[in-house]
Design a protein around this ligand. Structure first.
Ligand SMILES: [Zn+2]
Ligand SMILES: [Zn+2]
Length: 300
């Protein structure tokens, strides 16, 4: 996408005060990519975004060097719900999210696949695939839905690479489907990548089941909980159970230089985002820094 290699790193940014405010926050913290909710993530209905707000946002993006922008879909959407009414509502909401992404020129929409509640995983997988197809069928545009890897809490679908691969395989809109890998979630789900050997094994498994080319976004989070805990609690980079080596391996891995990497680490102000990004820059080798033209004091 970008012609010049750069460190593609940013954070989830609030849209309080308007969508364009997220871009201002991104500039302030030194993001080269970032993620937003295009509306409140816990509400079904949001007022339509005005043309003026769309223009303001697009102008802010163009004037910045932040690219790409990633959107995260509402937590309420559940394409795997056993309730038909909830599934219908979810498809309508997903179509709306896709429409907004199109208006805002956002290339990736991250989505939690869904929770099957009391059905089998297989039934959940089938419903998700059908729901995605219906939403994509009825939503012209180029935005890719990036299905997020889940920690495995409750009845959530997508805590194994196989489940995500099955959703993809059943879909008739494969070109508009990808994956968002969340480091905290896969660790909680039981994938170890904290040392070189297991790191390589994890990625070769990802490649075999899903395919590296389908990886569109990485959520960069350390984990408060242990490997396989199935509990989703994000932690500051290198301060959790995943630790520094895993993030050093990830950020020096040339296969992922072009994949937007987004922090969703705990924060009260923007200072924590800056802090996390500095930690990550401190993990980069001299070679990576030269390649990505990163200016930072410390070298790993
Ligand atoms: Zn998410
Ligand atoms: Zn999470």
């Amino acid at each position: 996408m970008q012609h010049q290699k750069k460190l593609l790193l940013g954070a989830h940014m609030s849209i309080e005060g308007g969508l364009h405010k997220a871009i201002e926050r991104g500039i302030e913290t030194g993001c080269t990519t970032l993620q937003i909710f295009t509306k409140s993530n816990r509400q079904w209905h949001a007022k339509a975004i005005s043309l003026e707000e769309i223009e303001k946002f697009k102008q802010a993006v163009t004037a910045s060097s932040i690219n790409p922008i990633v959107a995260h879909a509402s937590y309420l959407i559940n394409l795997a719900s056993p309730e038909e009414a909830t599934r219908k509502k979810s498809i309508i909401a997903l179509k709306k999210e896709l429409e907004v992404c199109s208006q805002l020129n956002i290339p990736y929409l991250v989505l939690h696949p869904g929770s099957h509640v009391n059905q089998t995983t297989k039934e959940g997988v089938a419903l998700i695939s059908q729901g995605l197809d219906q939403a994509l069928q009825e939503s012209p545009g180029t935005t890719i839905i990036a299905l997020e890897t889940m920690a495995g809490q409750g009845s959530s679908v997508g805590s194994t690479f196989e489940e995500l691969a099955e959703i993809y395989q059943l879909s008739e809109h494969k070109k508009r489907l990808g994956v968002c890998l969340d480091t905290c979630h896969i660790f909680s789900a039981g994938y170890d990548f904290t040392e070189k050997k297991v790191y390589e094994a994890m990625w070769s498994e990802f490649d075999k089941t899903i395919g590296l080319e389908r990886l569109k976004v990485i959520h960069v989070n350390d984990s408060k909980k242990e490997l396989g805990s199935r509990v989703d609690r994000h932690e500051t980079i290198t301060k959790g159970k995943i630790g520094a080596e895993a993030f050093a391996l990830l950020f020096n891995d040339a296969r992922f230089f072009d994949v937007p990497k987004i922090l969703e680490t705990p924060k009260v102000t923007l200072a924590e985002d800056i802090y996390n990004m500095e930690i990550i820059k401190g993990l980069l080798t001299k070679e990576t820094k030269e390649l990505l033209k990163v200016k930072s004091e410390k070298a790993a």
